[in-house]
Design a protein. Structure first.
Length: 298
């Protein structure tokens, strides 16, 4: 299956659902950063939520940044996306190897940690970006985002995120975000709770080749859902360039740049998001330094 995001309304419009398959982008992230299995699972869950939240933004210039920082060995994870969604990100420690949890599964909560926060920044063209901060409750990511939506966006939500990893890489990955509209009934809530329990893990449903529409029907308990959008495809791709890295060298200042020229005679910059290396020789550095002289003269 190819990655995809599906938006539907259930229970006669009283419940909204965004459901995503993200197997390919999580595998691409794993290969890009050479993540260990437990980091793949943690990062993949966060990446899936970023894709879901990114798809809610309206304009191409809108930007979303999610940072999770906690006391586990991963340290922190950062993911950015636009509305397409086109995603990129990194983990502070990509290689974490800890024992399986008591259920014999990857210990995502142990790798992330349960003391820390989710920080969400939405730049949607307003004077100031929206910033939402919520404490972690478990480090398992889905529970933490459900808590975030309640605390920071005052939205009653159900969140499921899953990544299935084996020795060859990512077998399946995906997630869903269920939001209750103001007119949702207690019966709707009860039906959804029971349906989510019966449906099981989304990574298993994807492994069983269920498509997103089938999954949406299973987790809402509604066979008559209304499809709102089904054309958005998330991609994992960095937009770094040598020009962006050149701007980074300018930002360090004239004196620091002169020191690099005098002592090293060259510079190598590495993009955090994709590990691509950019080389600047002495002549290129001198050319950048001239820009400071030009700006000072004007």
């Amino acid at each position: 299956m190819s990655d995809k995001i599906l938006k539907i309304l259930a229970h006669q419009g009283r419940v909204s659902v965004i459901c995503a398959e993200t197997t390919n982008i999580v595998e691409e992230a794993r290969k890009t950063h050479d993540f260990s299995p437990v980091v793949t699972a943690a990062f993949g869950r966060t990446l899936t939520m970023a894709a879901i939240m990114g798809s809610e933004m309206k304009n191409a210039k809108d930007r979303l940044t999610i940072q999770i920082k906690a006391n586990g060995p991963i340290g922190s994870m950062v993911i950015t996306t636009n509305s397409f969604p086109r995603l990129k990100g990194y983990a502070a420690n990509p290689i974490v190897d800890i024992p399986l949890n008591e259920d014999g599964k990857l210990d995502v909560g142990g790798a992330v940690g349960n003391q820390g926060y989710i920080n969400v920044v939405k730049d949607i063209g307003l004077k100031e970006p929206y910033v939402g901060i919520s404490p972690l409750v478990s480090g398992e990511i889905a529970e933490d985002f459900a808590n975030y939506f309640v605390n920071s966006e005052q939205s009653k939500s159900a969140v499921a995120l899953g990544v299935l990893v084996d020795k060859n890489g990512v077998k399946s990955a995906g997630g869903y975000l269920i939001r209750l509209m103001p007119d949702a009934t207690e019966e709707d809530i009860s039906t959804i709770e029971q349906s989510i329990f019966k449906a099981g893990a989304i990574s298993r449903m994807l492994e069983q080749k269920l498509d997103l529409l089938e999954i949406s029907k299973k987790v809402t308990g509604d066979e008559n859902v209304e499809v709102i959008e089904d054309t958005r495809v998330p991609v994992y791709k960095c937009d770094c360039s040598k020009e962006h890295m050149r701007d980074g060298l300018i930002s360090i200042g004239k004196e620091e740049l002169q020191s690099i020229i005098d002592n090293e005679g060259k510079a190598e910059l590495v993009c955090h998001f994709c590990n691509k290396k950019y080389q600047f020789n002495k002549d290129e550095l001198i050319d950048i330094l001239k820009q400071f002289t030009y700006n000072e003269g004007n």
